[in-house]
Design a protein around this ligand. Sequence first.
Ligand code: CTP
Length: 452
Amino acid sequence: MKKVITYGSFDLFHEGHYKLLQRAKALGDYLIVGVTTESYDAHRGKLNVMDSIMERIENVRQTGFVDEIIIEDHAGQKVEDIQRYGVDIFTVGSDWLGAFDYLKQYCEVVYLERTKGISSTSLRAKNYNIVQIGVIGTGRIANRFVPEAKYVSGLTVESVYHPKVEKAKAYAEKFELNHYYDNFNDFLQSVDAVYIASPHETHGEYIEKALLQKKHVLCEKPMLLKKKEAEEFYELAEKQNCVLMEGIKTAYCPGFSQLLGIVRSGEIGEVRDVEACFTKLEKPTSRELKDSLYGGSFTELASYPLLAIVKLLGRNYKDIRFETFQNEEGIDLYTKAYLRYESSLATAKVGLGVKSEGQMIISGTKGYIIVEAPWWKTKSFEVRFEDAAMEDKYFSKFLGDGLRYELSDFVSMINGFAGKNHKLTTKESVWLAEIMEKFLAERRQQQLLKKI
Ligand code: CTP
């Protein structure tokens, strides 16, 4: 009996998939199809797969050509499968020509002519409107946005807004955008959604204007610095039927999701402590260390450790305390936030003027997890126990600057896949604004006392 194997995502099942499977079956007597998992697709940079794995499997099964369906969930699996199932022929469409020649040492490799004029990518574009995004701000983070957006299907970056027209123009030229604006209303008319990467204190005004014009909003962290404002804008977003999403890249990356899954499975028992650190040295002359109202290490960096804390311990802390070192203007160069929960503790440690190891340690009643620096780009973590023989290490990919993950979820949510919201819920995002507000109120108090 001649065994044939092929693999794919088979998203939005189409004629090209059908014909490929039909011809694959005709190559032998028994056809095995490997359907990719969502996490493996994310791992290999294929974001925005629309159908669930069960739907994709069902569609492959319904062709009637397939004798066995397996799941493909990791790189290197093809060699394992070929040996395990005693496969004679590996086949795939001609878009992969040459890519699988390395399998020739295990079996015959056949590239089948790809059906012209159809693909999951083109169907995604047809079924869902391409989301036209406009960028607000032209600084460091905004500069990462357009290159990252190229990896996400279903969107185009259309235009940029900056109150200074020459800055908007330079950005548009650099990234070959169609339009640039210094008039915010005109800018809004040119897009379906906005990405806000302007200074923290300007977010609120842009969010409100965009939502009132029924534009979806993805906003850099910290999205807002006041709890009430955050609550109001989420309400407004709901009323306007718009997506409002806080862009903390860690929340949307595969490694961090996996980490949360392991903790929630009870692997390290009850979580009793979370210690997370993020430092980034900045020049004393930088905006972050000059702006005495909104600058400083906490507003700049604390969203990351606080995200980990709220995901791992929830929102119901009993007490919070801040300790800081400040420069002469009363801007925090280094801050530690201590949170006390009913039965656990947490520390968020951030610095723009102090350098430390950017790791996270999650301590539990059965064991602990170390997430190596930079933990906010979660690539690997170790689960450790009293018995060292039980240690386990997990690896994940964090591609590029990581913005592609949040962008991919943003586009999915715009297209009605609301389930993605669990990665950073509205309530968690409001909680982050509440902590920022508390910190800033305390710092303002200290700044005033200094002046007296
Ligand atoms: N395929 C094909 N003809 C097409 C599209 C896909 O023969 N028009 C084949 C691919 O070469 C592959 C299999 O179908 O062997 C599964 O491909 P998959 O990547 O799931 O489908 P695509 O439509 O190519 O997906 P995407 O646009 O997301 O890359």
